[in-house]
Design a protein around this ligand. Structure first.
Ligand code: NAD
Length: 357
């Protein structure tokens, strides 16, 4: 059992110098690790504290044991709930799977909103809080949660309150999270909140782009992943067609990557094993499609894109087809946790071939 926020409260002194991180999964643990090391490098102040929480206690314990010995004497503490994080931290980063988990983290009885309300007067400068949600979720859910956070902090009719929440989904995957080279697409009604978030985002990535109002960051992310899902299927079909006719995957990838078909799915994350031999890239296809961006997450993002398209009647016929294909991958025990480039493997099996020529 992790310590309660009440116990931690007595040990910590400065909320403004405390950064919280909720969601220590594949992406979050790497992002939190960079945030922690760079925060401590930037400040030797003993009050500078990192607070972490994950619903899965083991994830929190593993994070603490991996970092405590690296930073002896520095303050890295667990919280038993998102409310506990909110009671301690003036800046909170959240990185959970999708809409239901964001609702839970912010709106549940032990959520961030409950923790903020327990603080008392939002206009007390000590209670000022910025929540930065990096999850990829439904833009409408994100906008609604952000409205609640702003309203609870005294913001109304467009005027800023003391509490804010912005959306900052990421591109760059686990590799980018580890290398702190993520791109953040930020939706924030307030320019001030974007400016306040920027130093925190810069510790975890190489780019943060203000896309406009709240939820615009998510719309940008979902549009990008719609294209990514479609282009991966296109590259898979092209590679399968060529190799089925006897072309070497390496030769075909070289042709595509110096021709008009070139894209990230062909050049960096090519789905055909052996295609990128001799280049600087080593995609998940070289490791049995392990690691990378899970097919179930790509399926989730295409579902979000289809929902966003439906809301405004935007025609997305190719996206619809791609969503159906990834749904099938996401519901298959063989494919759901593999990199989404495993679409090629599924097509190859449909062709009745187990190996590339
Ligand atoms: P993940 O499933 O590995 O990690 C999610 C973490 O959140 C887990 O540790 C889980 O225990 C924790 N969690 C779930 N519900 C919680 C709750 N209520 N309270 C606290 N913690 C909770 O997922 P991930 O791969 O880290 O992805 C996180 C987000 O980033 C997703 O929205 C995903 O679409 C997006 N994303 C992922 C990648 C990638 O390559 N994995 C790339 C870009 C964006």
């Amino acid at each position: 059992m992790l310590p309660t926020s009440r116990l931690l409260h007595t040990a910590l002194r400065d909320r403004a110098k405390t950064v919280g991180f909720i969601g220590l999964g594949a992406m979050g643990r790497e992002m939190a690790s960079n945030l922690l090391s760079r925060t401590f490098e930037a400040s030797s102040d003993a009050a500078t504290t990192i607070v972490v929480h994950d619903t899965f206690d083991d994830a929190t314990t593993r994070f603490l044991s991996a970092h405590a010995s690296l930073y002896p004497g520095r303050s890295i503490v667990p919280a038993s709930s998102p409310a506990g994080v909110a009671s301690l931290a003036g800046t909170i980063v959240t990185m959970v799977p999708s809409s239901p988990q964001v609702e839970e983290v912010y709106r549940s009885e032990t959520g961030i909103l409950a923790g903020l309300k327990d603080l008392g007067d939002p206009s007390n400068p000590a209670n000022s809080t910025l929540c930065i949600d990096c999850t990829t979720l439904d833009p409408a859910v994100s906008a609604s949660v952000a409205r609640d956070v702003k309203a609870a902090g005294g913001g109304k009719d467009g005027a800023e309150g003391a509490w804010d929440m912005i959306d900052a989904p990421v591109s760059g995957g686990v590799v980018g999270a580890r290398a702190a080279t993520l791109s953040f697409m930020v939706g924030s009604d307030s320019h001030q909140s974007f400016a306040r978030a920027k130093p925190t985002l810069d510790m975890m990535g190489s780019r943060a782009i203000h896309c406009g109002k709240n939820s615009n960051g998510l719309v940008a992310k979902i549009a990008n992943n719609l294209l990514l899902g479609i282009s991966m299927l296109g590259v898979s079909e092209a590679m399968l067609l060529g190799t089925a006719h006897g072309l070497s995957p390496q030769v075909l990838a070289h042709i595509i990557n110096t021709s008009t078909g070139r894209c990230w799915a062909s050049e960096v994350n090519n789905p055909a094993p052996g295609a990128l031999k001799g280049t600087a890239h080593s995609p998940p296809a070289e490791r049995g499609y392990e690691g990378g961006f899970a097919a179930r997450l790509q399926s989730k993002d295409l579902g979000l894109a289809m929902e966003a398209a439906k809301q405004l009647g935007v025609p997305v016929p190719v996206g619809n087809l791609a969503a159906t294909i990834y749904q099938a991958l996401a519901s298959s025990p063989d494919f759901k946790d593999k990199d989404f480039s495993c679409a090629m493997l599924a097509l190859q099996r449909a062709l009745g071939r187990d190996e590339f020529k």
